[in-house]
Design a protein around this ligand. Structure first.
Ligand SMILES: Nc1ncnc2c1ncn2[C@@H]1O[C@H](COP(=O)(O)OP(=O)(O)OP(=O)(O)O)[C@@H](O)[C@H]1O
Length: 256
């Protein structure tokens, strides 16, 4: 199994809410260096909220979020910017800028954080395209000219632009047909291995959870209800985990 016992992301007693509603009610979670952690949970349960809070995009009510030993919320702006360069994010549906070409999209974080020549930025963009299995022909295309699978790959190339240590993926295979989804899972696994990435992946995809993830954490009722390899999920008697991992879809996927 990949992954060390070095904690890269540490979350303790995290509470996040909107108005009267508390979405995360005391989340404790560790993500270990070099692992692919799959994050599952009830629909609308707060998976994206947790990811956005770890990224510093949403405020917390209480608790602790530490990334690479740096506590978010109490670090300086300069420290936070340095941290932002150590992670890459693939948002749901890619979230590419529609008015920019693929190459320009990949160069957005480079422009934001590094001072390098246009020529070097082009070389970086082409290298990242190759890394995610897109040809150089895709560089000058706009997102609207790409297939769903190509959008995901282009967004992944952008997430890798700054050579991050940590990759955050929000529903990376959603909207892809099963063949494209399997190819994307394989790409993530290969990149994780070759680049030594730590991957935090929010997903509903049972195949991704089974084939790509070293460990899984499950969120329900605002808390982590289970954490461990897929065998832990399969052995759990928690009603939601039972229905999810041993239900009809899991049987169809050959997991249960
Ligand atoms: N910026 C926001 N303002 C108010 N409410 C929000 C905001 N972001 C998320 N929420 C609410 O928080 C809850 C959790 O949302 P979240 O998107 O994290 O769920 P999820 O587990 O990722 O769901 P899904 O699996 O359906 O994508 C939802 O009820 C959502 O409406």
């Amino acid at each position: 199994m990949r992954g060390s016992n070095e904690t890269v992301i540490r979350v303790r007693g995290l509470e996040v809410g909107f108005g009267e509603t508390l979405v995360l009610k005391g989340v404790d979670l560790d993500v270990w260096r070099g692992e692919i952690l799959g994050f599952v949970g009830t629909s609308g349960g707060g998976k994206s909220v947790l990811m956005r809070t770890i990224l510093g995009l949403l405020p917390k009510r209480s608790g602790l979020v530490e990334v690479c030993g740096i506590e978010l919320g109490s670090c300086s702006r300069a420290q936070h910017r340095r941290l932002e360069q150590r992670w890459g994010v693939l948002f749901q549906n890619g979230a590419l800028f529609s008015s920019l070409t693929v190459k320009q999209n990949i160069q957005v974080p480079i422009r934001e954080y590094l001072k390098v020549s246009q020529q070097l930025m082009d070389e970086i963009a082409f290298a990242k395209l190759e890394m995610v299995g897109l040809s150089v022909d895709a560089a000058d295309k706009f997102p609207s000219e790409l297939s769903g699978g190509m959008v995901k790959r282009a967004a992944l190339a952008r997430a890798l632009a700054l050579d991050p240590d940590i990759l955050f993926l929000d529903e990376p295979t959603s909207g892809l047909d099963p063949i494209r989804a399997t190819e994307f899972d394989e790409l993530i696994t290969t990149l994780q291995r070759t680049l030594g990435l730590t991957v935090f992946m929010v997903t509903h995809d049972l195949d991704s959870l089974h084939d790509s993830c070293d460990r899984i954490a499950a969120l329900a009722d605002g808390r982590i209800i289970a954490e461990g390899p897929i065998e832990t999920m399969l052995a759990s008697e928690h009603p939601w985990l039972k229905a999810y991992f041993r239900g009809k879809r899991a049987r169809a996927a050959g997991i249960a």
